[in-house]
Design a protein around this ligand. Structure first.
Ligand SMILES: *[C@@H]1O[C@H](CO)[C@@H](O)[C@H](O)[C@H]1NC(C)=O
Ligand SMILES: *[C@@H]1O[C@H](CO)[C@@H](O)[C@H](O)[C@H]1NC(C)=O
Length: 468
C-alpha cells in the first residue's frame, strides 16, 4: 500500500517537474511591432491579408511564428499562406514559408494555433516582416435570409477589431473593404472611420496577447454566390495522343434564398434592379489547344456556350437553362479533349507523369467537395500523386471496352476549395509500352478473323454458285 502511494507521489512530482520545465524553458519572446490586417469582402470568398512586423525581444532565437484563429473560423478556413519579406539589392521579394496547424491546448477561449516555420531562425533583437494570406468560405451570412426578386442581398460578417495573436501587439490597424458604399451598420471600436468603401479600425496601441474585440458588419453584397457543392473531374489519359476530361457539376446559389414567384419578364426588362444577386453567366478557364468541347445537362446538349481559344488559355462562357437565384441549383457536365504532349512527360527516372491543374476551372467559385480521378492507361503500375497541399487519396479500377486488366484510377479528394487551389499537381506511373499494342492487336485479330470468316463464306458461296 505504502509502496503504491509512494509510486503515485513520485509520478505526480515528475509530472509537475515536467510541466514547470516546459513553462520555464524560456520560449523565444516575440512581440509584434506593427500589424496591419486588410479584409476583402468584395466577393463571397473572404480574403484576409496580414502584414506582421515581428521582433524577437528574448534571448534565444525563434524558429517559428505563431498565428491564432478563433475556433469558429477554422471550419471555414480554406487556405493559408505565409511569406517573409526579404531585401536583395534594394529589391523587395517574398520567400514562401511553411504553415501548419499545431496542437496547443493552453490557448485561451479555444483559439486554434498555426505555426509558420522560418527558414533561418530570428535571432534575439532582430525584426522581420511577414505576409500572411488566409481565405475563408461560407463566412458571409445572408440577412435577411430570404429576399424577393426586386431586393438586393445583404450579408453579415463577424471578426475582431484587433488582430488575434499569441503576442503583444504594439501598434495595429484593421481595414475592411466592402463591395459598395451600402453599409447598413458596423460595430464601432474607437477610433473607427468609414471612408467610401473602406472601414478602418484603429490604430490601436499596446494590446496584450489574445486581445479580441468582436465586430459585426451588415452590408450589401450582390456578388454571385456560386458554390459547386460537388464536382467530379475525370482525367483520362490515352497514350494514343489525347487526354479526355469530363467534369460533373452540382452548382448552387448559396446566397439569400429566393422568395415569391420568378418573373422572367421583369428579370429581362429591368436587369439592373431585378435579381441583382442572381447569376446566369458562368466562365470556365480551360487550357489552350482545348478541343471537342461539349456542355450538357440532364436534358441534353446546351448550345448557349462560346469558346474562345488562345495561346495561353481558352475560355468557355456558358449559361445554365435558367438564371440561378438564392437556393436554386443546376447540374451539368462539361467535357473536353487536350493534346497529350502538353500534359504528359517523362521524368528522369524513366517514369511517366501527368502535370495538370488541380481545383475547379470555373471562375470565382467555391467548391465544397472535389473528387479528381486520373484514369491511367491500361497496364500502368506504381502510381503516386504529388499535390502541393493535403488531399485524401486512394486507388480504384475502371474497365472500359477492349480493356483486359482494367485501368488504375488515382482518386484525389479535397473539401473547401477556392480558385487559389488551382495549381499544378503530378501523377507519376510506370508503363510498359507493350500494353500499347494490346488494344490494336485485339482489333487487328478481330478484323483478321472477320475477314477470314468473310473469305471462307464467299468462297463457299462462290463454289456453290459455280456448281449450279
Ligand atoms: C452533344 O454534343 C456532342 C459534342 O459536340 C456530340 O458528340 C453529341 O452527339 C451531342 N449530343 C446530342 C444529343 O446532340
Ligand atoms: C507543371 O506545369 C507547370 C505549368 O503549368 C510548371 O510550372 C511546372 O514546372 C510543371 N511541373 C513539372 C513537375 O513538370
Amino acid at each position: 500500500m505504502e509502496f503504491l502511494l509512494k509510486a503515485r507521489l513520485a509520478l505526480i512530482f515528475s509530472i509537475i517537474a515536467h510541466v514547470s520545465l516546459l513553462a520555464f524553458a524560456s520560449p523565444p519572446e516575440l512581440q509584434i511591432v506593427n500589424a496591419e490586417k486588410r479584409i476583402d469582402l468584395n466577393s463571397q470568398i473572404v480574403k484576409v491579408f496580414l502584414t506582421l512586423k515581428v521582433e524577437n525581444t528574448g534571448t534565444s532565437p525563434a524558429s517559428d511564428i505563431l498565428l491564432a484563429f478563433p475556433p469558429t473560423e477554422i471550419d471555414h478556413l480554406s487556405l493559408i499562406k505565409a511569406a517573409i519579406a526579404t531585401r536583395k539589392k534594394k529589391k523587395k521579394s517574398y520567400l514562401p514559408l511553411d504553415v501548419k496547424q499545431t496542437e496547443k491546448l493552453d490557448a485561451p477561449n479555444g483559439a486554434k494555433i498555426f505555426s509558420i516555420s522560418l527558414l533561418d531562425p530570428l535571432s534575439p533583437g532582430a525584426t522581420a516582416t511577414f505576409e500572411v494570406l488566409y481565405i475563408s468560405t461560407h463566412t458571409l451570412k445572408p440577412f435577411p435570409e430570404e429576399i424577393s426578386q426586386s431586393e438586393s442581398q445583404l450579408v453579415y460578417y463577424h471578426d475582431s477589431a484587433y488582430v488575434l495573436s499569441p503576442y503583444h501587439i504594439k501598434q495595429q490597424s484593421t481595414f475592411i473593404k466592402t463591395p459598395s458604399t451600402k453599409v447598413e451598420s458596423f460595430t464601432k471600436v474607437e477610433p473607427t472611420n468609414r471612408v467610401s468603401k473602406e472601414i478602418r479600425y484603429g490604430p490601436y496601441e499596446d494590446r496584450p496577447p489574445y486581445s479580441f474585440s468582436p465586430i459585426l458588419l451588415h452590408f450589401e453584397n450582390n456578388h454571385p454566390f456560386a458554390v459547386v457543392e460537388e464536382l467530379v473531374r475525370e482525367v483520362e489519359i490515352s497514350h494514343w495522343g489525347s487526354i479526355q476530361i469530363t467534369e460533373h457539376y452540382k452548382l448552387a446559389h448559396a446566397g439569400a434564398r429566393h422568395k415569391g414567384v420568378f418573373s422572367r419578364v421583369e428579370y429581362q426588362s429591368k436587369p439592373s434592379i431585378s435579381g441583382v444577386s442572381s447569376f446566369r453567366h458562368l466562365l470556365a478557364r480551360l487550357p489552350p489547344k482545348v478541343h471537342s468541347v461539349y456542355y450538357r445537362d440532364e436534358i441534353g446538349n446546351i448550345s448557349s456556350s462560346h469558346l474562345r481559344t488562345g495561346i495561353l488559355k481558352s475560355e468557355l462562357e456558358f449559361e445554365p437553362r435558367y438564371p440561378l437565384f438564392g437556393g436554386w441549383k443546376a447540374t451539368f457536365v462539361i467535357g473536353y479533349g487536350l493534346p497529350l504532349q502538353d500534359f504528359l512527360f517523362e521524368s528522369p527516372d524513366g517514369r511517366r507523369y501527368l502535370n495538370f491543374t488541380f481545383g475547379c476551372p470555373l471562375a470565382e467559385t467555391v467548391v465544397d467537395k472535389l473528387t479528381l480521378k486520373v484514369v491511367l492507361p491500361e497496364g500502368s503500375t506504381g502510381p503516386s500523386a504529388v499535390v502541393p497541399f493535403q488531399v485524401e487519396q486512394h486507388l480504384e479500377k475502371k474497365y472500359s471496352y477492349l480493356d483486359v486488366v482494367g485501368r488504375t484510377v488515382v482518386v484525389l479528394e479535397k473539401k473547401n476549395l477556392v480558385p487559389e487551389h488551382n495549381s499544378a499537381f503530378q501523377v507519376y506511373y510506370s508503363f510498359n509500352p507493350i500494353f500499347m499494342l494490346a488494344e490494336p492487336l485485339m482489333l487487328v485479330s478481330a478484323f483478321f478473323f472477320f475477314f477470314v470468316a468473310c473469305i471462307a463464306y464467299l468462297h463457299i458461296d462462290l463454289s456453290i454458285s459455280k456448281m449450279q
